[in-house]
Ligand binder design. Structure first.
Ligand code: BG6
Length: 510
Protein backbone atom coordinates (compact mmCIF):
# COMPACT_ATOMS: atom_id res chain seq x y z
CA UNK A 1 0.00 0.00 0.00
CA UNK A 2 1.24 3.50 -0.75
CA UNK A 3 2.29 5.18 2.46
CA UNK A 4 2.16 8.85 3.35
CA UNK A 5 4.01 11.00 5.87
CA UNK A 6 2.98 10.74 9.50
CA UNK A 7 0.90 13.61 10.76
CA UNK A 8 1.88 14.80 14.21
CA UNK A 9 -0.64 16.41 16.48
CA UNK A 10 -2.60 19.12 14.76
CA UNK A 11 -0.12 19.87 11.98
CA UNK A 12 -1.65 20.57 8.66
CA UNK A 13 -2.45 17.46 6.69
CA UNK A 14 -0.97 17.81 3.25
CA UNK A 15 -1.88 15.57 0.37
CA UNK A 16 1.13 13.40 -0.18
CA UNK A 17 1.75 11.05 -3.06
CA UNK A 18 2.91 11.02 -6.63
CA UNK A 19 0.56 11.07 -9.59
CA UNK A 20 -0.01 7.62 -11.05
CA UNK A 21 1.69 6.69 -14.35
CA UNK A 22 0.09 7.03 -17.81
CA UNK A 23 -3.06 4.94 -18.29
CA UNK A 24 -6.62 4.69 -19.57
CA UNK A 25 -9.46 3.71 -17.27
CA UNK A 26 -12.09 1.72 -19.15
CA UNK A 27 -15.35 1.89 -17.30
CA UNK A 28 -17.77 -0.95 -18.04
CA UNK A 29 -21.19 0.11 -16.76
CA UNK A 30 -20.46 3.78 -17.43
CA UNK A 31 -24.10 4.83 -17.10
CA UNK A 32 -24.76 2.84 -13.95
CA UNK A 33 -25.46 3.79 -10.39
CA UNK A 34 -21.97 3.04 -9.05
CA UNK A 35 -20.36 5.18 -11.75
CA UNK A 36 -22.70 7.99 -10.88
CA UNK A 37 -22.55 7.83 -7.08
CA UNK A 38 -18.94 6.83 -6.47
CA UNK A 39 -16.61 6.42 -9.43
CA UNK A 40 -17.04 9.75 -11.20
CA UNK A 41 -16.91 11.78 -7.94
CA UNK A 42 -13.84 9.76 -6.87
CA UNK A 43 -12.06 10.30 -10.19
CA UNK A 44 -12.84 13.96 -9.97
CA UNK A 45 -11.40 14.14 -6.45
CA UNK A 46 -8.25 12.49 -7.81
CA UNK A 47 -8.10 15.15 -10.53
CA UNK A 48 -8.31 17.85 -7.86
CA UNK A 49 -5.69 16.11 -5.71
CA UNK A 50 -3.42 15.93 -8.79
CA UNK A 51 -3.04 12.21 -8.39
CA UNK A 52 -4.08 11.33 -11.93
CA UNK A 53 -1.36 11.28 -14.55
CA UNK A 54 -1.12 13.96 -17.22
CA UNK A 55 -1.38 11.12 -19.72
CA UNK A 56 -4.80 9.90 -18.75
CA UNK A 57 -8.20 9.20 -20.28
CA UNK A 58 -11.46 7.45 -19.44
CA UNK A 59 -13.39 5.34 -21.91
CA UNK A 60 -16.94 4.60 -20.78
CA UNK A 61 -18.62 1.46 -22.10
CA UNK A 62 -22.38 0.86 -21.73
CA UNK A 63 -25.50 -0.18 -23.67
CA UNK A 64 -26.88 3.34 -24.05
CA UNK A 65 -26.65 5.02 -27.39
CA UNK A 66 -24.65 8.12 -26.51
CA UNK A 67 -22.35 10.37 -28.47
CA UNK A 68 -19.08 11.47 -26.89
CA UNK A 69 -20.66 14.86 -26.15
CA UNK A 70 -23.68 13.27 -24.53
CA UNK A 71 -21.41 11.10 -22.39
CA UNK A 72 -19.47 14.14 -21.24
CA UNK A 73 -22.75 15.83 -20.34
CA UNK A 74 -23.85 12.74 -18.47
CA UNK A 75 -20.61 12.62 -16.49
CA UNK A 76 -20.84 16.35 -15.78
CA UNK A 77 -24.31 15.66 -14.38
CA UNK A 78 -22.71 13.17 -11.93
CA UNK A 79 -20.60 15.99 -10.42
CA UNK A 80 -21.60 18.57 -7.84
CA UNK A 81 -22.89 21.80 -9.43
CA UNK A 82 -19.94 23.79 -8.00
CA UNK A 83 -17.46 21.46 -9.73
CA UNK A 84 -18.85 22.07 -13.20
CA UNK A 85 -17.09 24.54 -15.47
CA UNK A 86 -13.91 24.67 -13.35
CA UNK A 87 -10.38 24.17 -14.64
CA UNK A 88 -10.32 20.66 -13.19
CA UNK A 89 -13.62 19.90 -14.92
CA UNK A 90 -12.17 21.12 -18.22
CA UNK A 91 -9.12 18.90 -17.75
CA UNK A 92 -11.26 15.89 -16.86
CA UNK A 93 -13.97 16.17 -19.50
CA UNK A 94 -11.42 16.60 -22.31
CA UNK A 95 -10.24 13.12 -21.46
CA UNK A 96 -13.63 11.39 -21.62
CA UNK A 97 -14.55 8.96 -24.41
CA UNK A 98 -17.49 6.68 -24.90
CA UNK A 99 -18.26 3.44 -26.58
CA UNK A 100 -21.68 1.83 -26.91
CA UNK A 101 -21.71 -1.93 -26.81
CA UNK A 102 -23.16 -5.18 -25.52
CA UNK A 103 -20.80 -6.77 -23.03
CA UNK A 104 -21.13 -10.23 -24.58
CA UNK A 105 -20.58 -9.08 -28.16
CA UNK A 106 -17.03 -9.58 -29.53
CA UNK A 107 -17.54 -6.54 -31.80
CA UNK A 108 -17.65 -4.32 -28.67
CA UNK A 109 -14.09 -5.35 -27.89
CA UNK A 110 -12.66 -4.99 -31.38
CA UNK A 111 -14.05 -1.45 -31.57
CA UNK A 112 -12.80 -0.81 -28.05
CA UNK A 113 -9.29 -1.96 -29.02
CA UNK A 114 -9.29 0.44 -31.96
CA UNK A 115 -10.64 3.27 -29.79
CA UNK A 116 -7.97 2.61 -27.14
CA UNK A 117 -5.20 2.67 -29.74
CA UNK A 118 -6.48 6.11 -30.81
CA UNK A 119 -6.63 7.33 -27.20
CA UNK A 120 -3.05 6.11 -26.66
CA UNK A 121 -1.90 8.14 -29.66
CA UNK A 122 -3.76 11.23 -28.55
CA UNK A 123 -2.93 11.13 -24.83
CA UNK A 124 0.31 9.17 -24.63
CA UNK A 125 -1.30 6.61 -22.32
CA UNK A 126 1.21 3.94 -23.38
CA UNK A 127 -1.32 1.09 -23.70
CA UNK A 128 -1.71 0.79 -19.93
CA UNK A 129 -5.35 -0.08 -19.26
CA UNK A 130 -7.37 -0.32 -16.09
CA UNK A 131 -10.66 -2.11 -16.83
CA UNK A 132 -13.24 -1.39 -14.16
CA UNK A 133 -16.22 -3.77 -14.12
CA UNK A 134 -18.97 -1.64 -12.56
CA UNK A 135 -21.62 -3.91 -14.04
CA UNK A 136 -24.11 -6.52 -12.87
CA UNK A 137 -22.17 -9.57 -11.62
CA UNK A 138 -23.50 -11.81 -14.40
CA UNK A 139 -21.19 -9.93 -16.80
CA UNK A 140 -17.94 -10.27 -14.83
CA UNK A 141 -16.73 -13.54 -16.38
CA UNK A 142 -18.03 -12.64 -19.84
CA UNK A 143 -16.21 -9.31 -19.94
CA UNK A 144 -12.94 -10.86 -18.77
CA UNK A 145 -13.24 -13.64 -21.36
CA UNK A 146 -13.92 -11.13 -24.12
CA UNK A 147 -11.00 -8.94 -23.02
CA UNK A 148 -8.82 -12.03 -23.29
CA UNK A 149 -10.09 -12.95 -26.76
CA UNK A 150 -9.53 -9.42 -28.02
CA UNK A 151 -6.00 -9.54 -26.54
CA UNK A 152 -6.81 -6.55 -24.42
CA UNK A 153 -5.68 -8.33 -21.28
CA UNK A 154 -2.19 -9.31 -22.39
CA UNK A 155 0.69 -7.30 -21.01
CA UNK A 156 3.31 -7.13 -23.69
CA UNK A 157 6.04 -4.63 -24.54
CA UNK A 158 6.12 -3.30 -20.98
CA UNK A 159 2.48 -2.20 -20.75
CA UNK A 160 0.15 -3.26 -17.93
CA UNK A 161 -3.46 -4.42 -17.98
CA UNK A 162 -5.50 -4.69 -14.76
CA UNK A 163 -9.12 -5.57 -14.07
CA UNK A 164 -11.14 -4.31 -11.12
CA UNK A 165 -14.04 -6.58 -10.20
CA UNK A 166 -16.85 -5.22 -8.06
CA UNK A 167 -18.86 -7.16 -5.53
CA UNK A 168 -20.68 -9.49 -5.16
CA UNK A 169 -17.90 -11.91 -6.09
CA UNK A 170 -20.05 -15.04 -6.39
CA UNK A 171 -23.18 -15.90 -4.43
CA UNK A 172 -21.73 -18.87 -2.55
CA UNK A 173 -18.46 -20.77 -2.31
CA UNK A 174 -18.93 -22.78 -5.52
CA UNK A 175 -19.85 -19.78 -7.65
CA UNK A 176 -16.97 -17.74 -6.20
CA UNK A 177 -14.58 -20.57 -7.05
CA UNK A 178 -16.03 -20.81 -10.55
CA UNK A 179 -15.63 -17.06 -11.07
CA UNK A 180 -12.06 -17.21 -9.80
CA UNK A 181 -11.39 -20.05 -12.25
CA UNK A 182 -12.90 -18.11 -15.15
CA UNK A 183 -10.99 -14.91 -14.51
CA UNK A 184 -7.75 -16.71 -13.75
CA UNK A 185 -8.01 -18.54 -17.07
CA UNK A 186 -7.42 -15.13 -18.67
CA UNK A 187 -5.58 -13.04 -16.08
CA UNK A 188 -2.71 -13.56 -13.66
CA UNK A 189 -3.65 -13.03 -10.00
CA UNK A 190 -1.64 -9.79 -9.93
CA UNK A 191 -3.84 -8.38 -12.70
CA UNK A 192 -7.04 -8.98 -10.72
CA UNK A 193 -8.27 -6.34 -8.24
CA UNK A 194 -11.33 -7.63 -6.35
CA UNK A 195 -12.74 -4.57 -4.73
CA UNK A 196 -14.36 -4.22 -1.33
CA UNK A 197 -15.20 -0.60 -0.70
CA UNK A 198 -14.79 -1.09 3.07
CA UNK A 199 -11.04 -1.21 2.47
CA UNK A 200 -11.29 2.29 1.00
CA UNK A 201 -12.58 3.68 4.29
CA UNK A 202 -10.00 5.65 6.27
CA UNK A 203 -11.08 4.15 9.56
CA UNK A 204 -10.82 0.61 8.23
CA UNK A 205 -7.29 1.22 6.98
CA UNK A 206 -6.56 2.84 10.32
CA UNK A 207 -7.16 -0.46 12.12
CA UNK A 208 -3.80 -1.60 10.73
CA UNK A 209 -2.02 1.62 11.67
CA UNK A 210 -3.54 1.56 15.14
CA UNK A 211 -2.51 -2.03 15.75
CA UNK A 212 0.84 -2.17 14.00
CA UNK A 213 2.26 1.30 14.44
CA UNK A 214 1.63 1.53 18.18
CA UNK A 215 3.53 -0.86 20.39
CA UNK A 216 1.30 -0.37 23.42
CA UNK A 217 -1.72 -2.33 22.21
CA UNK A 218 -0.15 -5.44 20.75
CA UNK A 219 0.82 -7.04 24.11
CA UNK A 220 -2.81 -6.98 25.27
CA UNK A 221 -4.40 -7.86 21.92
CA UNK A 222 -5.11 -11.47 22.75
CA UNK A 223 -7.06 -14.02 24.77
CA UNK A 224 -5.24 -13.19 28.01
CA UNK A 225 -6.71 -9.68 28.13
CA UNK A 226 -9.65 -9.64 25.74
CA UNK A 227 -12.97 -11.12 26.78
CA UNK A 228 -14.70 -10.84 23.41
CA UNK A 229 -15.03 -8.69 20.30
CA UNK A 230 -18.19 -7.14 18.86
CA UNK A 231 -18.61 -5.94 15.30
CA UNK A 232 -21.73 -3.87 14.69
CA UNK A 233 -22.69 -2.63 11.25
CA UNK A 234 -26.06 -0.94 11.45
CA UNK A 235 -27.88 0.89 8.67
CA UNK A 236 -31.05 2.94 8.89
CA UNK A 237 -31.75 2.65 5.18
CA UNK A 238 -33.89 -0.17 3.85
CA UNK A 239 -33.26 -1.87 0.54
CA UNK A 240 -34.24 1.30 -1.35
CA UNK A 241 -34.44 0.56 -5.07
CA UNK A 242 -32.31 -2.59 -4.90
CA UNK A 243 -35.10 -4.92 -3.76
CA UNK A 244 -34.77 -7.10 -6.87
CA UNK A 245 -31.10 -7.84 -6.16
CA UNK A 246 -31.36 -7.89 -2.39
CA UNK A 247 -34.27 -10.33 -2.24
CA UNK A 248 -32.13 -12.97 -3.96
CA UNK A 249 -29.10 -12.17 -1.81
CA UNK A 250 -30.00 -11.27 1.79
CA UNK A 251 -27.78 -9.68 4.44
CA UNK A 252 -25.58 -12.73 4.94
CA UNK A 253 -24.34 -12.73 1.34
CA UNK A 254 -24.49 -8.97 0.95
CA UNK A 255 -22.34 -8.05 3.95
CA UNK A 256 -20.56 -10.95 5.60
CA UNK A 257 -18.11 -12.65 3.22
CA UNK A 258 -16.83 -9.24 2.18
CA UNK A 259 -17.21 -6.18 4.41
CA UNK A 260 -17.62 -7.91 7.76
CA UNK A 261 -14.77 -10.31 7.03
CA UNK A 262 -12.52 -7.36 6.20
CA UNK A 263 -13.28 -5.83 9.59
CA UNK A 264 -12.78 -9.16 11.35
CA UNK A 265 -9.55 -10.04 9.58
CA UNK A 266 -7.91 -6.65 10.14
CA UNK A 267 -8.87 -6.80 13.82
CA UNK A 268 -7.74 -10.36 14.39
CA UNK A 269 -4.83 -10.99 12.01
CA UNK A 270 -1.22 -11.43 13.08
CA UNK A 271 1.19 -8.56 12.35
CA UNK A 272 2.34 -8.90 8.74
CA UNK A 273 6.08 -8.98 8.06
CA UNK A 274 5.80 -5.92 5.82
CA UNK A 275 3.21 -3.64 4.30
CA UNK A 276 3.51 -5.30 0.90
CA UNK A 277 0.28 -6.56 -0.63
CA UNK A 278 0.96 -10.25 -0.21
CA UNK A 279 2.40 -9.96 3.27
CA UNK A 280 -0.81 -8.28 4.47
CA UNK A 281 -3.11 -10.53 2.48
CA UNK A 282 -1.36 -13.69 3.64
CA UNK A 283 -2.20 -12.77 7.22
CA UNK A 284 -5.79 -11.86 6.37
CA UNK A 285 -6.30 -15.12 4.51
CA UNK A 286 -4.72 -17.06 7.38
CA UNK A 287 -7.07 -15.63 9.99
CA UNK A 288 -10.13 -16.18 7.80
CA UNK A 289 -9.15 -19.81 7.42
CA UNK A 290 -8.86 -20.04 11.20
CA UNK A 291 -12.49 -19.03 11.74
CA UNK A 292 -14.12 -22.15 13.13
CA UNK A 293 -16.58 -23.57 10.61
CA UNK A 294 -20.10 -23.78 12.01
CA UNK A 295 -21.77 -27.17 11.79
CA UNK A 296 -25.57 -27.39 11.53
CA UNK A 297 -25.98 -27.51 15.27
CA UNK A 298 -23.75 -24.44 15.72
CA UNK A 299 -25.73 -22.54 13.11
CA UNK A 300 -28.88 -23.09 15.15
CA UNK A 301 -27.24 -21.83 18.33
CA UNK A 302 -24.84 -19.22 17.04
CA UNK A 303 -26.80 -17.39 14.37
CA UNK A 304 -29.87 -15.18 14.39
CA UNK A 305 -31.66 -13.80 11.38
CA UNK A 306 -34.26 -11.11 11.07
CA UNK A 307 -36.39 -9.18 8.64
CA UNK A 308 -37.72 -5.68 9.21
CA UNK A 309 -41.38 -4.90 9.55
CA UNK A 310 -42.79 -1.41 9.37
CA UNK A 311 -41.72 1.09 11.98
CA UNK A 312 -40.40 4.57 12.62
CA UNK A 313 -36.97 5.92 11.67
CA UNK A 314 -36.00 9.50 12.51
CA UNK A 315 -39.63 10.31 13.21
CA UNK A 316 -40.86 8.98 9.84
CA UNK A 317 -43.00 5.90 9.30
CA UNK A 318 -41.28 3.43 7.02
CA UNK A 319 -42.63 0.39 5.21
CA UNK A 320 -41.99 -3.29 5.93
CA UNK A 321 -39.37 -5.10 3.84
CA UNK A 322 -42.02 -7.28 2.19
CA UNK A 323 -43.73 -4.24 0.71
CA UNK A 324 -40.56 -2.72 -0.77
CA UNK A 325 -40.36 -2.55 -4.60
CA UNK A 326 -38.92 -5.72 -6.11
CA UNK A 327 -39.41 -7.79 -2.93
CA UNK A 328 -41.68 -10.87 -2.84
CA UNK A 329 -44.73 -10.34 -0.57
CA UNK A 330 -43.92 -13.56 1.34
CA UNK A 331 -40.17 -13.06 1.19
CA UNK A 332 -38.07 -15.11 3.60
CA UNK A 333 -34.93 -13.07 2.92
CA UNK A 334 -33.07 -11.78 5.97
CA UNK A 335 -32.30 -8.09 6.39
CA UNK A 336 -30.52 -8.59 9.73
CA UNK A 337 -28.22 -11.15 11.23
CA UNK A 338 -26.24 -11.76 14.37
CA UNK A 339 -23.50 -14.36 14.58
CA UNK A 340 -21.09 -15.74 17.10
CA UNK A 341 -17.83 -16.90 15.58
CA UNK A 342 -14.73 -18.41 17.14
CA UNK A 343 -11.21 -18.30 15.84
CA UNK A 344 -9.05 -21.38 16.18
CA UNK A 345 -5.60 -20.07 16.96
CA UNK A 346 -3.45 -19.31 19.99
CA UNK A 347 -4.23 -15.60 20.04
CA UNK A 348 -8.01 -15.96 20.00
CA UNK A 349 -8.97 -19.38 21.38
CA UNK A 350 -11.98 -18.88 23.65
CA UNK A 351 -12.59 -15.25 22.58
CA UNK A 352 -15.91 -15.04 20.73
CA UNK A 353 -16.42 -12.55 17.92
CA UNK A 354 -20.04 -11.38 17.90
CA UNK A 355 -21.25 -9.81 14.68
CA UNK A 356 -24.48 -8.00 13.93
CA UNK A 357 -25.47 -6.23 10.77
CA UNK A 358 -28.77 -5.14 9.37
CA UNK A 359 -30.95 -2.64 7.60
CA UNK A 360 -33.59 -0.32 9.07
CA UNK A 361 -31.96 -0.38 12.49
CA UNK A 362 -32.15 2.34 15.09
CA UNK A 363 -29.04 4.22 13.98
CA UNK A 364 -26.47 4.27 11.23
CA UNK A 365 -23.42 3.06 13.06
CA UNK A 366 -20.43 0.82 12.35
CA UNK A 367 -17.93 -0.01 15.06
CA UNK A 368 -15.67 -2.69 16.44
CA UNK A 369 -15.61 -3.06 20.22
CA UNK A 370 -12.79 -4.81 21.98
CA UNK A 371 -14.13 -5.79 25.37
CA UNK A 372 -11.32 -6.37 27.86
CA UNK A 373 -11.53 -8.76 30.79
CA UNK A 374 -12.33 -7.55 34.25
CA UNK A 375 -9.64 -7.28 36.91
CA UNK A 376 -8.79 -10.70 38.38
CA UNK A 377 -9.79 -9.50 41.83
CA UNK A 378 -12.18 -6.60 42.41
CA UNK A 379 -10.85 -4.58 45.31
CA UNK A 380 -13.56 -1.93 44.97
CA UNK A 381 -16.35 -4.47 45.08
CA UNK A 382 -17.79 -3.02 48.30
CA UNK A 383 -17.82 0.60 47.12
CA UNK A 384 -20.79 2.01 45.25
CA UNK A 385 -19.54 1.12 41.82
CA UNK A 386 -21.11 2.26 38.62
CA UNK A 387 -20.85 -0.72 36.37
CA UNK A 388 -17.93 -0.02 34.11
CA UNK A 389 -15.63 -2.01 31.94
CA UNK A 390 -12.60 -1.48 29.74
CA UNK A 391 -13.71 -1.19 26.16
CA UNK A 392 -11.77 -0.02 23.17
CA UNK A 393 -14.16 1.11 20.46
CA UNK A 394 -12.97 1.64 16.90
CA UNK A 395 -15.68 3.72 15.30
CA UNK A 396 -15.87 3.29 11.57
CA UNK A 397 -18.90 5.40 10.58
CA UNK A 398 -20.56 7.86 10.67
CA UNK A 399 -18.45 9.02 13.63
CA UNK A 400 -14.85 8.14 12.85
CA UNK A 401 -12.55 7.66 15.79
CA UNK A 402 -11.34 5.54 18.64
CA UNK A 403 -12.27 5.61 22.30
CA UNK A 404 -11.12 3.78 25.37
CA UNK A 405 -13.32 3.57 28.43
CA UNK A 406 -12.09 2.86 31.94
CA UNK A 407 -13.06 3.35 35.55
CA UNK A 408 -12.17 6.53 37.45
CA UNK A 409 -12.83 7.77 40.95
CA UNK A 410 -15.80 10.08 41.13
CA UNK A 411 -14.71 13.20 43.07
CA UNK A 412 -16.02 13.40 46.64
CA UNK A 413 -15.45 12.08 50.13
CA UNK A 414 -17.05 8.69 49.41
CA UNK A 415 -15.14 6.30 47.16
CA UNK A 416 -17.20 5.76 44.06
CA UNK A 417 -16.08 4.53 40.65
CA UNK A 418 -17.50 5.87 37.41
CA UNK A 419 -16.88 5.10 33.75
CA UNK A 420 -14.95 7.68 31.69
CA UNK A 421 -13.64 7.83 28.12
CA UNK A 422 -10.49 8.88 26.33
CA UNK A 423 -11.41 9.52 22.77
CA UNK A 424 -10.00 10.56 19.45
CA UNK A 425 -12.18 11.81 16.58
CA UNK A 426 -10.92 12.08 13.06
CA UNK A 427 -12.70 15.31 12.24
CA UNK A 428 -11.20 17.06 15.26
CA UNK A 429 -7.63 16.23 14.23
CA UNK A 430 -7.81 16.07 10.48
CA UNK A 431 -10.97 17.98 9.50
CA UNK A 432 -13.88 16.55 7.55
CA UNK A 433 -13.06 14.06 4.84
CA UNK A 434 -14.65 14.80 1.49
CA UNK A 435 -13.55 11.52 -0.07
CA UNK A 436 -15.85 8.71 -1.21
CA UNK A 437 -13.40 5.94 -0.29
CA UNK A 438 -13.02 4.92 -3.93
CA UNK A 439 -10.19 7.42 -4.55
CA UNK A 440 -7.62 5.40 -2.70
CA UNK A 441 -8.77 2.17 -4.35
CA UNK A 442 -8.63 3.56 -7.89
CA UNK A 443 -5.28 5.19 -7.22
CA UNK A 444 -3.72 2.07 -5.68
CA UNK A 445 -4.88 0.07 -8.64
CA UNK A 446 -3.28 2.55 -11.04
CA UNK A 447 0.02 2.32 -9.22
CA UNK A 448 -0.26 -1.48 -9.07
CA UNK A 449 -0.58 -1.92 -5.32
CA UNK A 450 -3.08 -4.65 -4.43
CA UNK A 451 -2.85 -4.43 -0.61
CA UNK A 452 -6.38 -3.08 -0.33
CA UNK A 453 -7.89 -5.66 -2.68
CA UNK A 454 -9.02 -9.18 -2.03
CA UNK A 455 -7.04 -12.14 -3.25
CA UNK A 456 -8.80 -15.25 -4.56
CA UNK A 457 -8.08 -17.24 -1.38
CA UNK A 458 -9.49 -14.48 0.85
CA UNK A 459 -12.74 -14.38 -1.09
CA UNK A 460 -13.05 -18.15 -0.94
CA UNK A 461 -12.22 -18.23 2.78
CA UNK A 462 -15.00 -15.66 3.38
CA UNK A 463 -17.51 -17.80 1.51
CA UNK A 464 -16.38 -20.93 3.37
CA UNK A 465 -17.47 -19.26 6.61
CA UNK A 466 -20.83 -18.25 5.19
CA UNK A 467 -21.73 -21.36 3.18
CA UNK A 468 -22.74 -23.66 6.07
CA UNK A 469 -25.01 -20.93 7.44
CA UNK A 470 -26.63 -20.43 4.05
CA UNK A 471 -27.26 -24.18 3.82
CA UNK A 472 -28.98 -24.44 7.19
CA UNK A 473 -30.99 -21.27 6.68
CA UNK A 474 -32.18 -22.50 3.31
CA UNK A 475 -33.14 -25.90 4.69
CA UNK A 476 -35.02 -24.35 7.61
CA UNK A 477 -36.93 -21.28 6.44
CA UNK A 478 -37.63 -18.70 9.13
CA UNK A 479 -40.95 -19.15 10.87
CA UNK A 480 -41.65 -15.64 12.09
CA UNK A 481 -40.71 -12.97 9.56
CA UNK A 482 -40.87 -10.00 9.90
CA UNK A 483 -39.46 -10.21 13.43
CA UNK A 484 -38.22 -6.71 14.19
CA UNK A 485 -39.84 -3.33 13.69
CA UNK A 486 -37.86 -0.80 11.67
CA UNK A 487 -36.04 1.61 13.93
CA UNK A 488 -35.00 -0.96 16.56
CA UNK A 489 -31.78 -2.94 17.12
CA UNK A 490 -33.10 -6.12 15.50
CA UNK A 491 -34.91 -9.17 16.87
CA UNK A 492 -34.82 -10.02 20.58
CA UNK A 493 -32.92 -13.22 19.73
CA UNK A 494 -29.91 -11.08 18.90
CA UNK A 495 -29.72 -9.87 22.52
CA UNK A 496 -30.40 -13.41 23.67
CA UNK A 497 -27.37 -14.68 21.69
CA UNK A 498 -25.08 -12.65 23.95
CA UNK A 499 -27.18 -12.93 27.10
CA UNK A 500 -26.72 -16.73 26.99
CA UNK A 501 -22.99 -16.08 27.39
CA UNK A 502 -23.56 -13.51 30.15
CA UNK A 503 -22.76 -10.62 27.80
CA UNK A 504 -24.58 -7.83 26.05
CA UNK A 505 -24.22 -5.65 22.97
CA UNK A 506 -22.52 -2.36 23.68
CA UNK A 507 -25.21 0.26 24.05
CA UNK A 508 -24.92 2.68 21.17
CA UNK A 509 -26.05 6.12 22.25
CA UNK A 510 -27.94 8.29 19.76
C1 BG6 B 1 -22.92 -2.61 -0.01
C2 BG6 B 1 -24.15 -3.44 0.20
O1 BG6 B 1 -21.85 -3.41 -0.44
O2 BG6 B 1 -22.56 -1.98 1.21
C3 BG6 B 1 -25.28 -2.56 0.68
O3 BG6 B 1 -24.52 -4.08 -1.00
C4 BG6 B 1 -24.88 -1.81 1.92
O4 BG6 B 1 -26.47 -3.32 0.93
C5 BG6 B 1 -23.55 -1.09 1.69
O5 BG6 B 1 -25.90 -0.86 2.19
C6 BG6 B 1 -23.04 -0.49 2.98
O6 BG6 B 1 -21.96 0.35 2.70
P1 BG6 B 1 -21.63 1.61 3.60
O7 BG6 B 1 -20.36 2.13 3.02
O8 BG6 B 1 -22.79 2.54 3.47
O9 BG6 B 1 -21.49 1.08 4.99
Amino acid sequence: MATAATVHGQEEHEQIGKAAGPCVMVLFGASGDLTKRKLVPALYNLVKAKLLPKNFAVVGVAFDDLSREQFRDQVTGFLQPEDRGTEAWEWFTQRLYYQRGEFADPATYSTLAAQLAGVDREHGTQANYLFYLATAPKFFATIVQQLGKAELSSQKDGCWRRVVIEKPFGHDLDSAKALNRDVKAVLAENQIYRIDHYLGKETVQNIMVFRFDNAIFEPIWNRRYIDHVQITNAETVGVELRGGYFDTAGTLRDMVPNHIMQLLSLTAMEPPVSFQADAVRNEQAKILRAVQPLDSEDVLHSSVRGQYGEGVIAGERVAAYRTEPGVAPESKTETFLALKLNIDNWRWAGVPFYIRTGKRLAQRHTEITIQFKRTPFEIFRNSPVHKHSNQLVMQIQPVEGISLSFGAKVPGPVLRVGSVDMSFEYTKYFGADAYTGYEVLIYECMIGDATLFQRADMVEAGWSIVDPILDVWQALPPRRFPNYPSGTWGPADSDELLARDGRQWRKIEP
